[in-house]
Ligand binder design. Structure first.
Ligand code: UT7
Length: 371
């Protein structure tokens, strides 16, 4: 049986920054409220398709591993915001990268996608079925936000990360993992008016709306991630004090603090970047992992604990042991095309569209009430 070692890593965040002050120019919110309730100060807004974020992350990860894309045998991409339903985004990336031997598969478990993907890839490498896998996790989630809903629009941002996985005979990579889903509460995060469950021939179709019960998600996230962390540590026979770094899903700084307190980890061991990127869903963990490596916070042989919670309501946790190498073998010069707009300029037509729609809905509601 082989272990799935992470031999390459790369990330890509689009350049346009949307600050809390920017949000307060069109939503009834404030920097003070957003920072105190979530710890988020700004997030990024993509000016390109999701596959372009994926492609740059992938090229950087492949360079770090010094793996030729032609040698990949699987590309797995975790996201809920793909370029299109058909072809899937992994296929687009397979073609652009020049990886014709690779199977190409998208998975969607929302914020837990990267850890779900790791869980699956670990098995595929362990059995010898695959030898060089590119796993990508990320999101162009600002594309799917309703810009008149302050409860959800302030939380999310765009980003992507990728890793290369290769077999190793040493006990490295993902040592233990758990995945699960609290589907009884799936309505707590719901993106509506888009998908086959929704009536197509109405004015509402494609005006996405978020049903979002932040408090419910908050409580469940802390509880489930903490339990899943305990379970993976137990399975691997590792004590929490031996964990060098925790790389959690970044949804809310208060969730991270509560998780750290529950599992008994000091704050300095927890990687936190939610203040700079917000919640990038399937992108949070690979991006935080890459930043932790670049900042020298992960050392050879370290135990790295990770957990996530999100739409579904899915949850996941994984305990990793890092290999010998914490620096890239090569670097890539892959970059996104330049962006000549501010985040507010990129969003302006969408904000206008959602504001007009919210006004129309309100007017209909008033008319119906007065009838
Ligand atoms: O990765 C999985 C997805 N992530 C999540 O689902 C995040 C989990 N939940 C959270 O992070 C937090 O619950 C939030 C940050 C979303 C909200 O924080 P909260 O402390 O749970 O606030 P709340 O939802 O209980 O709202 C408190 C008040 C409400 O007003 P009233 O009813 O007390 O008058 C809201 O209407 O804050 C109001 N509010 C806002 N005010 C200003 C809600 N959103 C905003 C806003 N700006 N953006």
């Amino acid at each position: 049986m082989y272990h799935a070692e992470i031999t390459g890593w790369g990330m890509c965040v689009p350049p346009a920054r949307l600050t809390n002050h920017d949000l307060a120019t069109f939503l009834d919110t404030s920097d003070e409220w957003i920072v105190s309730r979530s710890g988020i100060r700004e997030r990024r807004v993509s000016h390109v398709n999701f596959s372009e974020l994926g492609l740059v992350s992938a090229r950087r990860a492949l360079a770090a591993a010094d793996v030729d894309p032609a040698d990949l045998d699987l590309i797995m991409l975790a996201s809920l915001t793909n370029d299109s339903y058909c072809p899937n985004t992994a296929s687009i990336i397979q073609d652009e990268l020049g990886a014709p031997r690779a199977g190409a598969l998208d998975i969607n478990t929302a914020c837990t996608g990267f850890l779900y993907g790791m869980h699956l890839c670990r098995g595929l490498i362990a059995t010898g079925q695959h030898k060089k896998i590119l796993l990508i996790g990320g999101e162009f989630i600002t594309h799917y936000l309703n810009w008149s809903q302050r409860s959800s629009a302030i939380l999310f941002g765009d980003a992507c990360g990728a890793v290369v996985l290769e077999p190793s005979e040493k006990p490295v990579g993902l040592l233990a993992s758990r995945i699960g889903c609290e589907a009884d509460a799936k309505e707590a995060i719901q993106i509506t008016n888009f998908g086959s469950a929704y009536e197509r021939l109405t004015d509402d179709f494609l005006y996405v709306k978020w049903n979002f019960d932040g408090r419910e998600v908050f409580k469940r996230a802390v509880k489930s991630m903490a339990q899943a962390c305990v379970d993976v540590l137990d399975e691997a026979g590792v004590d929490i004090s031996e964990v060098a770094v925790v790389v959690p899903h970044q949804a809310n700084k208060r969730i991270l603090d509560a998780l750290a307190a529950r599992i008994g980890v000091p704050e300095e061991k927890v990687i936190i970047n939610v203040d700079r990127y917000g919640n990038t869903s399937a992108g949070t963990i690979p991006v935080a992992l890459v930043e932790a490596l670049e900042e020298g916070r992960i050392k050879p042989g370290d135990y790295v604990l990770s957990a996530a919670f999100g739409g579904g309501l899915t949850w996941a946790a994984g305990l990793f042991r890092w290999g010998d190498r914490v620096t890239p073998l090569k670097t890539s010069d892959a970059e996104l095309p330049p962006c000549d707009k501010t985040a507010l300029e990129l969003l302006a037509p969408h904000i206008k569209r959602y504001q007009e729609y919210a006004e129309r809905e309100k007017a209909t509601e008033i008319r119906e009430q007065s009838c």
